[in-house]
Design a protein around this ligand. Structure first.
Ligand code: SF4
Length: 194
């Protein structure tokens, strides 16, 4: 068993925080295990908890659509994970202690997958990975670096579903990712968007 499968086994059995008591399934994440792009969200919602897969509800369908237009998919280009792997009850925000307990798993996933670009989807991902005091409204769309990796913070797809006005800035952010992907990974990368 390789390190990635070993980690998956460990995470799927984890009971380190109280979210283990109310979850249906652990949501380890899914996608290409050597992806050049990692998308990181907050945590599983109802459908993700039921199915044990990340971003499978309406937000996930929107994320897949955005990725698709950019020429990316889960199979070949992207790994999608979350800051916490178990659903917080009633979709509340994960508590700081839950984030802190779970964050070593996303660190390990990043280390093993070794992506060139990390897309942070929403405030919890930004606070969890970069800075607990960072504000997504202030820093979205600006490249950051974290442990020598490029990071693009943007709004969570669920925010787009609540507020149409956020669609334009998110498309702009993903456009920057496509341009950077061409620079760093594949200059011939095709996207119908840009
Ligand atoms: S949220 Fe993370 S730390 Fe808490 S039980 Fe699930 S996998 Fe373990």
């Amino acid at each position: 068993m390789d390190d990635f499968e070993q980690l998956k086994l460990e995470v799927n059995q984890c009971t380190k925080c109280v979210l283990s008591k109310t979850r249906t399934n652990v949501v380890f994440g899914e996608g290409f295990s050597n992806a050049e792009i990692m998308c990181i969200g907050e945590g599983p919602g109802y459908y993700e908890d039921q199915r044990g897969r990340p971003f499978v509800g309406k937000s996930g369908q929107l994320l897949d659509k955005i990725l698709d237009v950019c020429g990316f998919n889960r199979k070949d280009h992207v790994f999608i994970g979350n800051i916490v792997k178990c659903r917080p009850p009633n979709n509340r925000d994960p508590l700081p202690e839950e984030r802190e307990t779970c964050i070593p798993y996303i660190y390990k996933q990043i280390e093993l997958i070794n992506p060139k670009i990390i897309i942070l989807l929403g405030a919890t991902a930004l606070k969890g990975l970069i800075d607990p005091d960072a504000k997504i409204t202030k820093v979205r769309g600006e490249w950051m670096t974290w442990n020598n990796r490029l990071v693009m913070p943007t709004f969570h797809p669920s925010a787009l579903l609540r507020n149409e006005k956020l669609k334009r800035p998110v498309w702009e952010d993903f456009k920057k990712v496509v341009v950077k992907y061409r620079e760093m990974v594949n200059e011939n990368h095709h996207s119908e968007y840009c």
